[in-house]
Design a protein around this ligand. Structure first.
Ligand code: EPS
Length: 375
């Protein structure tokens, strides 16, 4: 499945098109809207979240709640549009360090940074979360589920030896998606302090895919590796500055015998590993273990205090643009991470088991798993 999105943060709506989505999948709109609601949540989110109640309006590709195999198109209305459609403003020329402002203005030879802000805004991720929701519905029909949790915000976080142990209910019950009430309280204090100081916070999160069969992706060609496409997808989320697979950055400090996940076999369990440092991916392929991705998000560039910048035309020293924004959007980024991981895995599932129809894909995958179980 391939997709495109379009839309301005304060324009009429966000638009998405999904091509090559399998037919025969029951599309429950409430599931998609629930994902959109999860993206909007999070202590530290800005005032925009009080205006929007993101909902999808499907234009084509789904008939009687079932996907048809034709391109799916949808819109997400921007409720804030009514406050912007008649708005007139002077050209904005004081770029925010860290956002698209400065370079976007130059690249597209614009009159005002406004046209950069409107598309580079993290608002676009509402469309990507919608596409990820379609991918999750498809994967769920194959027994594949995606989870996430926030690992740290600012300098406070879960220990490196933290294990989620499937306690995802703790994540969903947390205002900042941190599965530890004590750490959650400390982080919320940190976000309050950042708000008082007029600054912003980044952080890190984990995304986990469970139930992925071994052998999606390939070692045979550079651009068919599962982990390289996952890294690309995570880096496409606004403000993400680092992605790791499994033990990622820690792996450089570990010895071979410590890092690699040794292989075992028991008749009633089949092949298994006692560790998962590889994060479920070896040599560009899923190995049947949980796929575990870590990502780090930089602090949001729009700060209330503003940052040192220069007026692009007058060259005068100025303070950067101060617009309504979030203090911290790491919890939201973890939801977007779930969406982009689902899209990548859905693509590799289609590559291996077929593109066209859910039943056909289910049959092909079951046939493959039967072979794997009876090697
Ligand atoms: C966001 C919508 C935006 C921002 C924020 C996230 O809405 P507005 O600009 O009207 O406040 O709040 O965008 C950013 C943090 C950013 O840096 O672009 C959203 O819907 O997620």
């Amino acid at each position: 499945m391939r997709f495109l999105t379009s839309g301005r943060s304060h324009g009429k709506a966000l638009v998405g098109i999904i091509d090559n989505y399998p037919s025969g999948i029951k599309i429950d709109i409430s599931i998609i809207n629930k994902e959109l609601g999860r993206r909007q949540k999070g202590y530290g989110r800005g005032g925009r979240m009080d205006i929007e109640k993101d909902k999808i309006d499907i234009i084509a590709g789904v008939n009687n709640d079932i996907s048809t195999g034709s391109p799916i198109s949808f819109i997400i209305e921007n409720k804030d549009w009514k406050n912007w459609k008649y708005r007139k403003e002077e050209p904005i020329l004081n770029p925010r360090p860290g956002h698209a402002d400065f370079t976007g203005f130059i690249k597209y030879r614009l009159e005002s940074i406004r046209d950069v802000i409107e598309r580079s805004s993290a608002r676009e991720t509402a469309a990507r979360t919608t596409i990820g929701a379609f991918a999750k519905i498809f994967l769920s029909a194959l027994g594949i589920k995606i989870y996430s949790y926030v690992k740290s915000i600012g300098n406070i976080g879960l220990g490196n030896d933290f294990k989620i142990n499937n306690n995802y209910n703790l994540v969903e019950n947390s205002d900042i998606r941190v599965p530890d009430p004590y750490i959650e309280t400390k982080i919320i204090e940190e976000i309050k302090k950042a708000k008082e100081e007029g600054t912003t916070l980044g952080g890190s999160f984990k995304v986990i895919a469970k139930g992925v069969p071994p052998g999606i992706g390939s070692y045979a060609q550079w651009d068919r590796k599962l982990d390289s496409k996952i890294a690309e997808a995570f880096m496409s989320i606004p403000a993400i500055k680092a992605v790791e697979i499994g033990e990622g950055f820690n792996s450089g400090k570990m010895k071979g015998a410590e890092f690699h996940d040794e292989i075992f076999y028991e008749k009633n369990k089949g092949f298994y590993r006692k560790t998962n440092n590889a994060g479920g991916i070896e040599a560009g392929m899923s190995n049947g273990q949980d796929i575990i991705i870590g990502a780090t998000m930089k602090p949001i560039p729009t700060t209330r205090k503003g940052l040192k910048t220069v007026n692009i035309l007058s060259k005068e020293k100025e303070v950067s643009l101060k617009e309504r924004s979030d203090i911290c959007a790491v919890p939201s980024a973890s939801i977007i991470g779930e969406a982009v991981l689902a899209i990548v895995i859905a693509n590799f599932i289609q590559e291996k088991f077929g593109n066209d129809n859910l039943v056909e894909i289910q049959e092909n995958m079951e046939n493959y798993l039967k072979y794997y179980r009876n090697i």
